[in-house]
Design a protein around this ligand. Structure first.
Ligand code: C5P
Length: 206
């Protein structure tokens, strides 16, 4: 069984995908970590004229065995990730690993932006998780605060909006739900309620 979980930044898709993977006993890949790892690898070159060439080289060299969420979840890497994610050759370089992960025997849960549309259009269940920008900002703020970081909510809101805009405009991306995706708006749901709704959708699709 392949479960595709897509949605915008801080929509809760990662938390939900991890919970679904545990529930169904499937391996889970947070594909945003791949783009974040590329961003991190070329952090020092973010304004360099050869940023794009370096991003493509870094995408070909991502160490998929060492994607550390604790490090890669930092805000600047999300920003850099969305910059490298518009480069078609970067997406291409990351494609095979994601595809193989999805196709492993027994299935998998993958979360990202383009799982249901590009990586695994044949997924058994596709969920598109959304929530309004304010709710997403608030969740991200609490995640950062739980780690002891000080958060400027105004700035965070604008960062999320800017990232959404870049992702939405990404011609190579696939920010939009697949036609056969189930939409799940979590604006008014806590994690437990969102999880129950997602399980109901997955069970209903099997
Ligand atoms: O999901 P996360 O916020 O970690 O993703 C970071 C960035 O990586 C996104 O803003 C998006 O630009 C890019 N991304 C993507 N396709 C994916 C996963 C992430 O373009 N499947």
């Amino acid at each position: 069984m392949i479960i595709a979980v897509d949605g915008p930044a801080a929509s809760g898709k990662g938390t939900l995908a991890a919970a679904l993977a545990r529930h169904y006993g499937l391996p889970h890949l947070d594909t945003g970590l791949l783009y974040r790892a590329v961003g991190r690898a070329i952090e020092a070159y973010s304004d360099a004229p050869d940023f794009e060439a370096r991003a493509i080289a870094a995408a070909g060299a991502v160490d998929t065995g060492h994607l550390d969420p604790a490090i890669l979840s930092a805000q600047p890497y999300g920003e850099l990730a969305s910059r490298v994610a518009v480069i078609g050759a970067v997406r291409q370089a990351l494609f095979d690993f994601q595809r193989q992960f999805a196709l492993q025997p027994g299935g998998a849960v993958l979360d990202g932006r383009d799982i249901g549309t590009k990586i695994c259009p044949e997924a058994d269940v596709k969920l598109f998780i959304d929530a309004d920008s304010k709710a997403r900002m608030e969740r991200r703020a609490r995640q950062y605060e739980a780690r002891g970081l000080t958060v400027n909510r105004y700035e965070l809101y604008h960062q999320i909006e800017a990232r959404d805009a870049r992702d939405r405009a990404n011609p190579n991306g696939g920010f939009f739900p697949a036609p056969d995706a189930h939409l799940l708006d979590t604006t008014r749901l806590d994690i437990e309620a969102a999880f129950r709704a997602a399980v109901a959708l997955v069970d209903g699709a099997m």
